[in-house]
Design a protein around this ligand. Structure first.
Ligand code: HEC
Length: 129
C-alpha cells in the first residue's frame, strides 16, 4: 500500500513538473520578447493614425468644442503644444491612472504597445517626423 502511494506521488510530482514546463513554453510564444518595437516611432506613421482612430472623434478641431472639453489634439501643432505643457496628463489619461479622466472616454483602453509608442514619441521631444 505504502509502495503504491509512493509510486503515485512520484508520478504526480513528475507530471506536475512536466506540465509546468509546457506552461512556460506557451507563455514564451504568447508574449515574444521584442513584440512591441517603440524604437523608431514617428508622428506620421504611428502617432497621428493612433489619435485619428481613437481620439479625433472628440478631440479633432471641430469635435473638441462640443465633445472634447475644448482640447484639440488634431495635427502636430495642437498635439505638441498640449504635450509641451501637459504630457503627464495625456499619458495619465491613456494609462487610465486614478487622478486623470480615463481616455478614450467611453471606449476600450489603448493597447500597451500604443501607449509605449506614445510615451517614446513624447520622450523624444514630440517631433514632427
Ligand atoms: C467620446 C469622446 C472622447 C474620446 C473618444 C476621447 N476623449 Fe479625451 N476627453 C473627452 C472629454 C469629454 C474630456 C473632458 C474630461 C471628461 O469629461 O472626462 C476629455 C479629456 C481628455 C484629457 C484631459 C484629461 C484630464 O484628466 O484632465 C486628455 C489628456 C484626453 N482627453 C486625451 C484623449 C486621448 C489621448 C484620446 C484618445 C486615446 C481621447 N482623449 C479620446 C472626450 C473624449
Amino acid at each position: 500500500m505504502i509502495e503504491k502511494i509512493t509510486k503515485f506521488l512520484v508520478l504526480f510530482t513528475m507530471s506536475a513538473i512536466l506540465f509546468s514546463g509546457c506552461y512556460y513554453d506557451k507563455e514564451d510564444l504568447l508574449y515574444p520578447v521584442g513584440a512591441c518595437d517603440a524604437s523608431a516611432v514617428t508622428y506620421a506613421t504611428d502617432i497621428e493614425p493612433l489619435l485619428s482612430n481613437s481620439c479625433y472623434g472628440c478631440h479633432s478641431n471641430t469635435q473638441s468644442q462640443t465633445a472634447g472639453a475644448g482640447i484639440s489634439l488634431e495635427g502636430h501643432a495642437n498635439l505638441s503644444s498640449y504635450v509641451n505643457t501637459q504630457a503627464d496628463r495625456l499619458i495619465g489619461a491613456v494609462r487610465q491612472e486614478p487622478s486623470y479622466s480615463p481616455m478614450p472616454k467611453g471606449g476600450s483602453p489603448l493597447d500597451a504597445c500604443s501607449i509605449q509608442k506614445l510615451q517614446a514619441w513624447i520622450d523624444a521631444g514630440a517631433p514632427n517626423n
